[in-house]
Design a protein around this ligand. Structure first.
Ligand code: ADP
Ligand code: MG
Length: 265
C-alpha cells in the first residue's frame, strides 16, 4: 500500500511545491511508484511539472466535486511521477464541499482505489489551513512541514501542529508527524543558524537535514521538471535525495516520528 505524505504549511513560499516535485522525482529514481496530487488552486505543482492546467481534461477539482474518479484524473509527468493536476476552479470546488457530509474525507476516498498501485503518494497543500488541507491531513499517514529559517517565518508552525493534533484525534488516528524540513537554508548566515537552533528547541518534533538555498531551484520549474532532472548533482538535488533516502530507511526500519500532540511547542 502506498504511503501517503501531506506536505503542508499554511505559509506560502516555504518550498512545499518544490519539496513535493523534488522528493517525487528522487523516489522515482530510487525505483518507487509515485503519485503526486496538486491540492493548491494556484496549480504551481502542475505548472512546474510542465503541465498547463488550462488544457487538462480532468483535475482534482472534478474529483472533489465527485464527478470523476481520481484514477481518471491522473497524468504521467516527464520524470515518471503520476500527477493529479489542479485548476483554478478548485477554489469553487472547495467552497461547494463546505456543507457536504464527510467533507474531510473526499481526498482519502478518492485515493482508496489507486493506493495499492503506488509506493508513495505526496499531497501538495495550498497555503491555508482550509478544508483541502484538512482533507490532505485526513488522508495522510504522515505530514512533512517545510519551513524557512527566518525570523517570524515559522510562527504559524505551532498552529499547524495543533491542527495536526486535532486531525489525529478527531479524523485520522494513523497520522504522524514525520518532521519539520528547513528549506532555503544558508548555513553561512548566523541568523539562519540561530533560527534553526530555535526551531529545534521549540517544537517537540524531529527536524530533518536542511535543504540549502540555491538559484537552481528557480530555474527548474521553467523547463517543466524538478531540480532532480535539471541539476541532479547540485547541492539542492543531493539534499532532496538524502531526505528521500532517509524516509525510505525510516519506513523500512521504523525511524523517529512522533504522535501529534497539542502544545508541542
Ligand atoms: P510553496 O509551495 O510553499 O508556496 P514553492 O515550492 O513554490 O513554495 O517555493 C517558493 C519559491 O522558492 C519558488 O520560486 C522556488 O523556486 C523557490 N525555492 C524553493 N526551494 C528553494 C531553495 N532551496 N533555494 C532557493 N529557492 C527555493
Ligand atoms: Mg505551493
Amino acid at each position: 500500500m502506498g504511503r501517503v505524505i501531506a506536505v503542508a504549511n499554511q505559509k506560502g513560499g516555504v518550498a512545499k511545491t518544490t519539496t513535493v516535485a523534488s522528493l517525487g522525482a528522487a523516489f522515482v529514481l530510487r525505483g518507487l511508484r509515485v503519485l503526486l496530487v496538486d491540492l493548491d488552486p494556484q496549480s504551481s505543482l502542475t505548472f512546474s511539472l510542465g503541465i498547463d492546467p488550462e488544457v487538462v481534461e480532468y483535475s482534482i477539482s472534478d474529483v472533489v466535486r465527485g464527478e470523476v474518479e481520481l484514477s481518471r484524473a491522473r497524468l504521467r509527468t516527464s520524470e515518471g511521477m503520476d500527477l493529479v493536476p489542479s485548476t483554478i476552479d478548485l477554489l469553487a470546488a472547495e467552497a461547494m464541499l463546505l456543507p457536504a457530509p464527510q467533507r474531510e474525507f473526499v481526498v482519502r476516498r478518492g485515493l482508496e482505489d489507486v493506493l495499492s498501485t503506488y509506493d508513495v503518494v505526496l499531497l501538495d497543500c495550498s497555503p491555508s489551513l482550509g478544508l483541502l488541507t484538512l482533507n490532505a491531513l485526513a488522508a495522510a499517514d504522515e505530514v512533512l512541514v517545510p519551513l524557512q529559517c527566518e525570523m517570524l517565518s515559522h510562527r504559524g508552525v505551532g498552529q499547524l501542529l495543533d491542527t495536526v493534533a486535532d486531525v489525529h484525534r478527531l479524523l485520522n488516528p494513523r497520522l504522524r508527524v514525520r518532521g519539520l524540513l528547513p528549506t532555503m537554508y544558508d548555513k553561512r548566515s548566523t541568523h539562519a543558524r540561530a533560527v534553526l537552533a530555535d526551531v529545534k528547541r521549540r517544537y517537540r518534533v524531529p527536524v530533518l537535514n536542511p535543504i540549502p538555498r540555491s538559484v537552481k531551484f528557480a530555474e527548474a520549474p521553467s523547463v517543466g521538471t524538478s531540480i532532480i532532472a535539471t541539476s541532479p548533482s547540485s547541492s539542492g538535488a543531493r539534499a532532496y535525495f538524502r531526505i528521500a533516502d532517509g524516509l525510505l530507511r525510516a519506513w523500512r526500519f521504523g525511524g523517529r516520528r512522533v504522535a501529534p500532540g497539542r502544545g508541542s511547542r
